[in-house]
Structures are given as C-alpha cells and as structure tokens.
Ligand binder design. Structure first.
Ligand code: C2E
Ligand code: MG
Ligand code: MG
Length: 728
C-alpha cells in the first residue's frame, strides 16, 4: 500500500479494504501502527455497539478489548462534563445521525487519569444502502491539548502571580463595560501601585522582589471579593475590577483594606520588609463610560494618590487633572532645583520639655518653586527617591546643615534626615565624614534621622552601616516611630541614641479613651532602659505638651514651641548663646475642622440657590446665603460633579442654616469628604443629555413642569443670587 494512501487513511478515518496481493502486508502495517500507540481503530454495528477496537484503547481504559466488545461506543467517553467537553456532547447525536465526523476531541470516561482522544468515523452501508455501523480511528491528544491550554493560560495569566495579566484584564473590562452600558450597571476599577517596591528590588534583589509580588497577590486575593477580578499589569502595578459597585463609602473601605493588608510586614528569605500601596479608583459610568476612559481616570487617581504622600487611596475627580499637571511640573523641575538655588534648609527647634530650652535643631528641606510656590518635602522627597536625586539632595543637606551648625554658639545638635536610599549606599559614611571634616563640626553634634524602612535591606549590610556610622561617633535617631511597623525589636538591635515618636501617635492622645498614652509610656520606659532619648514630634497644643511632660518624654518638637525657621532667625535667637522658648498654642488640641469657603448649590423644588459652605462634617453642613428658611425644610445639596445629597434644615438663624444629611458623607481618601453616590450619567441620558462621564459643573436634575418655574420660596442674602434651573 502506498504511504500516501496510508496517511490518507489515518486522516480520513476508516481503514481501506485491503486490496489484492497487498492485503497481508497492509494488515501487518496496521498492526504495527496499532502497537506503536500512535493511533487506534474502531468499528461499531448499526446499534452503535463496539465490534472492533485496538487493544491499546482497552489497555488505557484498564480493561480488555473482549470486555468492551458489544458496549456502546460512546460509553468510552465522557458525554457531558463541562463546557470544555462540547465535542463529546455531540457524539451520540452525530452517531445517531449517521454522519461522518473527524478529529472530534473527546475525553476518555476515566476517573483517575485525564486522557483526551481525537476520534474520526465514517458510516458504513451495505450494497442495499442499509446502515451497518461505523468504522473509524482515533489518537491520543492529551499532551497536545494540555500544552495548548497552558499556552492559552499563559496568554491570559501572569505566570509569576497567577493573576490575570494586562491582556485579560483589558479584555474583561471591555466586555464587562460594554454589557453593563446596555444594562445600565456600574463597575469600579482600582489601580494599585506598591510604594517602595523599587527599594526592595534594588536592595534585596529581583528574586526577592518576585517573591514579594507573589505574596502581595495572595493577600489581594484574600481581601478582595470573589466576584471581582484581580490582575497584575506588570511591574508592581495591580488592577481590580469591581462589578456593580458604585458606593464610594464601600469602595473607600475596600481600598483602605487593601492598603492595610499590603502594608503588613513581609518575610522574604528570612528578611523582613515593609512596603505600602497607593490606590486610584474610578467608577463607570460616572468617571468614564468605556474602558480606555475609565482606566485613564483610575490612573490619574492613582497618580494623585501617590503624589499625596503614599499609602492613600483617591477617587477620580476632575480637579485631579490640574493636580497631575502640578505634579508633572514638580517631577520635571526637581532635577534643576538644587542647581538653581531653590532649595533651602529650615530649622525646627527641639526643646527640652522640662526647661523649654532649645537643645537641638532638625534641618528640614524647603523648596521654593518660582511658579508653584512652596513645595512640601513630603511631596518632593519621595519623588527624589524615585528619580535617584535623593543622593545629591541628601549630600547637600548634610554639608549645608553641618556648615550652618558650626556657626552657632554653644553645643546645639543638628539633626539631618537621611533617606533609606542614602543609608543603603556603601559610600554614605564617607559622605558624612567629609561633611564633618569640611565643616569642622564635632561628630557628637550631628544626629542622623533614620526611618524604619532602612531595615528593609539585608541584615548584614544594615549592621555594617550602623557600625561604620557609629565609628564616626555621630548620633543616630529613629524617626517617625509609630508610623510603620516600628517593632520594638529594632531598638534592641540597632544602636540608636534617640527615638522620635511620630505625630500620628500624639494626635488624639489627650482625648478620653485614647490608648496612645499607654503606648508612649511604654516607649519612654523602653528607651530609658536602653539609654536612649525620646522626642515627641508634632506637639501643637498646651494640653498635649502637658501630657508629654507627664509621660516623661524628654524632648519636644512642635508648633507649640516653634515652626521650622530660616537660619537667620536661628542665629538671631541664639545671639545670647542660648535659646529658651515659651510654649504657645491652643490650650486644647482640636482635630482640624476644614473651614472651606466654597460655593455649593441648594436645590428646592425647581430652584437652585448658590450658598457658601461654612463648615462640613460627615453628617451635616453649615451654609450661609439664604434667608427665611424654616427648620425642617428639605433641600438637595449639590457639591458639584454629580454629588447630590438630601439635607434637612435643623437650625436656621438669619442667613445661616445648619443642615443634616440624610446619608452621611464618606472619606474621599484625601482628607476630605464626598457623597457615597453620584447622579448617574444614565439618569442624565434618560433626561436627554448625551451619555458621557460626568461633566463638570451642575446638573439640571430637576426642571420646572413644562418649562414653568414656580416662584422661589426663599430670599437670598445679597451676595448669593438665586437661580432657576433650566429643565433638562
Ligand atoms: P520628619 O522628619 O518627621 O519632620 C518633621 C515634620 O513634621 C516636618 O515637616 C515638620 O515641619 C513637621 N512638624 C513639626 N512640628 C509640627 C507640628 O506641631 N504640627 C504639624 N502639623 N507638623 C509639625 P516637613 O518639613 O514638611 O517635612 C516632612 C518630611 O519630609 C520630614 O518628616 C522628612 O521625612 C522629610 N524631609 C524633610 N527634609 C528632608 C531632608 O532633608 N532629607 C530627607 N531625606 N527627608 C526630608
Ligand atoms: Mg525627621
Ligand atoms: Mg518624623
């Protein structure tokens, strides 16, 4: 038999009738072929019962051919198991229809092992045209299918974390948003970016970075609901799609939970490390209708969250565009800021709590941008760290601060902030030594402020760096204690001379029920035991100062004594040789209430009045601008950008009203408040506006009946003219 014919048979399905003198050779070849396991043959009768089957199939099925003869052919396969088996589902149908079929993938009816066959068959008819059964062949395609599945899995999933990859996420989002648009459903997207991940990668190495990403993925899967899809877009960027959620209260809670769980310490190859996360949130259809638009909004929100000082979430809002522009400028211009002499050091006194005597100064950087004005170091230092500018900025600060300090009379200490990136640079001790040598400042008078993130790097290098700095006889302070996961164990391991208790710990310490004073008491006791000083940072009010004194905190740094001041002011104050400051500040600490003077709308019937927002809390607001408004009146308050909430007048006096919200406001992630829900673009579309993400400004939610407006109910104070709302 010609090879071509033989191949054709394998493809075409049925063994041809052996013809002429070739018959025995053909049979031998077929037997060889069967024995090779590459393929097998089958035949059935008119009732579909097996009349012939290669031994290899029976063997794979753990039985003998004899036992299978007479069984229905289709019983060898799983007929309906899952969607994947769609081929098998049709097999009995095909057989009963007596149709030719080829290369049908079916799964062997075996519980233990997964075997996939590709089968073909051709119906047979006798001379009279009566159907007599099938003849066909099959082959094992298990491996081929498996690698095909792996390949398609790889195309859809991130091989490192097992999460969906960028491709799958964008596909899913596109499909979901299209379907949701038709069904008028909402869908949120979160972009998550890890803070300080680069640092882990740089100091612990890429394998550690990979391990960290895996652990982050596992944590995300733990806190995010199963109905949401999580993906890794690449690098340290993750994305979550949250179908049917538009409640910003709930989204804020989810984001906060994500940030909290990602910020818990990790253990990687025995090293402990701490990172953070920033989250940007956008919600369809409010912030974008299609996936490109929504992703752009979420990206912008993420950018703002990162710019806001890390560890924060942000909702998209239109204001972010100008904020992003500002940040881009900052990033661009920081490169030249030092050369252009825009950076200065300011000095904040560190005061002995019992005597009010200034015993040290902390140098903090100030950047006066020619157009943007003062840019906070909380903004530009993280940027400098990311863009590798921190080395030169930090070195400059060291040289400047030491040079300034020697000019001061007495033995005032000077504290300089050191970034983890500086600390992990092996050349850092010589930079410090040089600054000391150039200035002539005695090393005991220089204090380096380090944060816990230095413990990220591998233990040996950290220990070596501590030893090298101690050998220079400079002092070391642990800054921002209480912000991250400052474990007390660090204190025992590292040779710190001082702990600086972060203002986050101080806030609320005087409020009844606060447990922070117990913690501060413990820190002070431990520090004392280890021979370290303590400084409380961010003391603003006299009651806080009193509390710190009671808790025996040795030193105070805060506005209650002084804000950071220029070096001229320091020299002036030190002219007499010493500097004593009388504490001065509010008697009690009050959590800052945002006094915003911004315009909001109050909608009543079909009138919209502009009023001034004097005060805002979660549950209500104080507004000014309307007169003669009786208590009990209900308004819809319009904060702009589709944020509407029902508010009832509780108190009314002259042109000032106290309103209570029906639904409390929620955190906007940036220290402000926002409404849980917004007016849906679907509603606006139903009212005749084109379907689009929420545009800026006010929304013609209510309109006069048939264009007829009623008379305004309330008088307006002179500066706040009332306006009628036009019907949509
Ligand atoms: P830090 O090292 O914890 O510095 C203390 C910060 O708290 C300063 O903010 C200071 O102005 C502020 N502060 C002090 N007392 C009070 C108070 O009573 N109330 C309030 N609300 N704040 C108070 P600043 O100057 O904005 O610096 C922010 C952070 O930027 C610093 O936190 C430090 O981490 C970083 N930084 C500043 N200068 C440098 C620098 O030269 N190098 C490095 N690496 N980081 C720097
Ligand atoms: Mg500091
Ligand atoms: Mg601090």
């Amino acid at each position: 038999m010609a090879i071509g014919k033989f191949r054709g048979m394998l493809r075409g399905g049925t063994p041809p009738e052996p013809s002429g003198g070739d018959a025995s050779e053909a049979l031998a070849l077929l037997h060889d072929y069967e024995a090779s396991g590459l393929g097998w043959f089958w035949a059935s009768d008119a009732e579909g019962r097996i009349t012939y089957l290669s031994d290899t199939v029976a063997e794979r099925h753990g039985t003998t051919t004899a036992a299978l003869l007479g069984q229905p052919f289709h019983s060898l396969f799983v007929i309906q198991r899952s969607e994947e088996d769609s081929g098998a589902r049709t097999l009995p149908l095909i057989l009963s229809a007596r149709k030719t079929f080829s290369e049908l993938a079916v799964r062997a009816a075996l519980d233990e092992t997964e075997i996939w066959w590709s089968i073909s068959g051709r119906p047979q008819f006798d001379a009279g045209g009566t159907f007599t059964g099938y003849r066909g062949n099959g082959s094992d395609v298990t491996e081929a299918l498996r690698s095909q599945k792996d390949a398609s899995r790889m195309a859809m999933y991130d091989s490192l974390t097992g999460l969906a990859n960028r491709h799958r996420m964008s596909k899913r989002l596109e499909v979901t948003l299209t379907a949701y648009k038709a069904a008028k459903r909402s869908c949120a997207v979160m972009m998550i970016d890890l803070d300080r991940f680069k640092q882990v990668n740089d100091t612990l190495g890429h394998p550690a970075g990979d391990e960290l990403l895996k652990q982050v993925a596992q944590r995300l899967e733990r806190v995010i609901e199963k109905t949401c899809e999580i993906g890794r877009l690449g690098g340290d960027e993750f994305q979550v799609m949250l179908p049917d959620i538009d409640d910003r209260g709930r989204l804020g809670e989810i984001a906060a939970k994500i940030i909290a769980i990602v910020s818990q310490p990790y253990s990687i190859d025995g090293s402990r490390c701490v990172i953070g996360a920033s989250v940007g949130i956008a919600i369809a259809p409010y912030d974008g209708i299609d996936s490109d638009e929504l992703i752009r909004s979420a990206d912008l929100a993420l950018y703002a969250a990162k710019g806001g000082g890390r560890g924060q979430f942000r909702f998209y809002s239109r204001d972010l565009h100008s904020e992003a522009e500002r940040r881009r400028r900052i990033e661009e211009d920081l490169r030249d800021a030092l050369a252009q002499d825009q950076i200065r050091l300011a000095y904040q006194p560190i005061v002995e709590s019992t005597s009010n005597k200034v015993i040290g100064l902390e140098a903090v950087m100030r950047w006066l941008h020619p157009e943007l004005g003062n840019v906070s170091p909380a903004i530009f230092i993280p940027i400098a760290e990311e863009t590798n500018l921190i080395g030169s900025l930090g070195e400059w600060a060291l040289r400047q601060a030491t040079a300034d300090a020697v000019q001061l009379p007495g033995s005032l200490r000077i504290a300089v902030n050191v970034s983890p990136a500086q600390f992990s640079n092996a050349a850092f001790p010589s930079t410090v030594a040089q600054a000391l040598a150039n200035s002539g400042l005695p090393p005991e008078r220089l204090e380096l402020e380090l944060t816990e993130s230095i413990f990220l790097a591998d233990d040996d290098a950290t220990d070596r760096m501590f030893a090298a700095l101690k050998a220079l006889r400079v002092r070391l302070a642990l800054d921002d204690f209480g912000t991250g996961y400052s474990s007390l164990a660090y204190l025992q391991r590292a040779p710190f001379d001082k702990i600086k208790i972060d203002q986050g710990f101080i806030r609320g310490v005087t409020e009844p029920g606060s447990r922070n004073n117990a913690i501060i008491r413990a820190i002070v006791a431990l520090a004392e035991g280890l021979g370290m000083d303590t400084t409380a940072e961010g003391i603003e009010a006299l009651d806080e100062l009193e509390m710190m004194r009671q808790l025996k905190v040795g030193q105070i740094q805060g506005f209650v004594y002084a804000q950071p001041v220029g070096f001229d002011e320091v020299t002036e104050a030190m002219a007499s040789g010493s500097w004593v400051i009388e504490p001065n500040g509010p008697s009690k600490y009050r959590s800052e209430r945002k006094t915003l003077l911004r315009k909001v709308g109050l909608i009543h019937e079909d009138h919209r009045y502009d009023v001034m927002l004097r005060n805002l809390s979660r549950s209500g607001a104080l507004v000014e601008g309307l007169v003669d408004v009786p208590a009990g009146t209900e308004f819809v308050m319009d904060f702009g950008e589709g944020q509407l909430t029902v508010a009832r007048v509780r108190r009314s006096s002259g042109s000032v009203q106290g309103l209570q919200f029906e639904t409390p406001l929620v955190d906007d992630g940036a220290g402000g408040l926002c409404t849980r829900h917004r007016i849906s673009p679907y509603m606006l579309a139903a009212a005749g506006m084109p379907l689009a993400a929420l545009p800026a400004g006010e929304y013609p939610l209510v309109g006069g009946q048939n264009g007829n407006f009623s008379l305004p109910k309330f008088g307006t104070a002179p500066e706040a003219p009332k306006r009628s709302i036009r019907a949509a």
